[in-house]
Ligand binder design. Structure first.
Ligand code: PFF
Length: 438
């Protein structure tokens, strides 16, 4: 439950459709699905397995396992990279979650009733230009995230996920029906599943790889932290396949709801960028029966989905501060949330006052996303694969995964040993070269 709550979030509803739109649709979607299946799933099994083996915070788990494996401290870097990536991601994640929060009152007031593309865009542009408004909503979201401490992580998360998933699913189905009836469904479908390989570049393959880690919450220690709570007799393989399957389903449904609406409205473009979700779906809610209710519930759900993910972004750092630096849960959360909040101001400004300032063509927000999704997460994923398949004695993983069946274990080990390191390294090198040479 907690892992699903961590995986399903803004990555599925907001980020996947917009990067698929920016990278030409079909071929990108195919590469993304391949990355999930061939790289994401095996690394996820490895991460959960490390967490369950270590049963502590990611940093301590890695320290204990490197000791057990009798290798140097270099591998502890996996835990560290994760904690830092989590904070950086949280900084911009909370700003985008703030957009969803800001849309809740708009929806309840029926602001988008009967709206066309232009009116919805005007509303979004006003939100983006309103620096103080963005800071206000970012702050509320951050308070919600830190507030979880008061109620205890597991109880709050369980209820949120159990309620959220079926409801989110229902609303996505309603949106699909709307897209089918009122949108250009055929074009939307073709855009997502027609494999137009010319649109694919080294850079877009790297974006797909980075996103497959981002959406499954990998390479960050979050999943490792949750693995530490997993019962010994539960099947890691089955759990991971279920989380990965649900996560992919939600992303594909979001895309299939959004693109038909985009193609049916002349003012909208699939490559609109980060605002795609926020300028396409309000049109649907503004023009469907019961749109005020559906729209309100949808943006509440987006916020909750972001919230269950944000908790897992902060958790590895919190656990480390408690175990190593003598913090209590409350102050550890507060300190890390404060750091992420201050960094988030850079993202807020990159949508208005600083939108002209770029380095290598990246705004502050793009830079954060680039650094985390395209560099840090794949790097940690690579290190995890190499550590588990090459460094750690094989008996350890075999012992931890002995309930999974020997064929499944061998297949997984082979993928982790060969396919994952080579695949990730190739995409990283080629993608970075392509990004900076173009
Ligand atoms: N998987 C989340 C999403 O798709 O929105 C984002 C995320 C959460 C990434 C936790 C990384 C992480 F550790």
């Amino acid at each position: 439950m907690a892992a699903t709550g961590s995986a399903v979030g803004l990555g599925n509803l907001w980020k996947f459709p917009y990067i698929a739109g920016e990278n030409g649709g079909g071929a990108f979607v195919l590469v993304y699905l391949l990355c999930i299946l061939m790289l994401g799933i095996p690394v996820m099994v490895a991460e959960v397995m490390l967490g369950r083996r270590g049963r502590q915070s990611p940093i301590r788990t890695m320290a204990a396992l490197t000791r057990e494996a009798g290798v140097g401290k270099f591998w502890n870097g996996i835990g560290w990279l994760g904690v830092v990536a989590g904070l950086l991601i949280l900084s911009y994640y909370s700003v985008i979650a703030g957009w969803a929060l800001a849309y809740i009152p708009d929806m309840t007031q029926g602001l988008f009733q009967g709206a066309n593309a232009e009116q919805v865009k005007m509303r979004f542009d006003a939100l983006r230009a309103d620096r103080n408004g963005l800071i206000y909503y970012q702050s509320i979201f951050m308070l919600l995230t830190t507030g979880v401490v008061v109620f205890g992580v597991s109880r709050g998360l369980g209820v949120a996920v159990r309620l959220l998933m079926p409801l989110l699913f229902l609303i996505l189905v309603a949106l699909l029906v709307f897209a089918w009836q009122q949108g250009d469904f055929a074009r939307g479908f073709e855009f997502m599943f027609h494999f137009n390989f010319e649109a694919l570049t080294g850079e877009s393959v790297l974006v797909a790889l980075g996103h497959s880690f981002f959406t499954l919450s990998l390479g960050m220690g979050s999943i490792m932290a949750y693995g530490a709570y997993m019962p010994q007799q539960a099947s890691i393989g089955k759990t991971v396949l279920m989380v990965g399957g649900l996560d992919t389903l939600v992303a594909l449904m979001a895309g299939l709801a959004i693109f038909p609406i985009v193609f049916a409205h002349p003012g909208l473009e699939p490559s609109a960028g980060p605002e795609l979700l926020f300028i396409s779906l309000p049109i649907a809610f503004g023009n469907m029966v019961g749109g005020v209710l559906f729209g309100t519930v949808f943006f509440i759900l987006v916020t909750i989905a972001a919230w269950t993910s944000a908790i897992s972004l902060i958790e590895p750092g919190v656990a480390w501060l408690i175990e190593n630096k003598g913090f209590n849960r409350f102050t550890a959360n507060l300190l890390l949330a404060l750091i992420a909040w201050v960094l988030g101001l850079g993202t807020v400004l990159s949508f208005n006052d600083w939108s002209e300032y770029t380095v290598f063509g990246f705004t502050f927000f793009d830079g954060m996303d680039f650094l985390t999704s395209r560099i840090m997460l794949p790097t940690t994923g690579l290190l995890i694969a190499v550590f588990v398949a090459w460094v750690m004695p094989r008996v350890l993983s075999k012992d931890e995964l002995n309930g999974e069946g020997s064929v499944a274990y061998c297949l997984w080990f082979w993928m982790l040993r060969w396919v994952c390191p080579l695949g990730i390294a190739l995409v990283l090198v080629y993608g970075l070269y392509d990004t900076f040479s173009s």
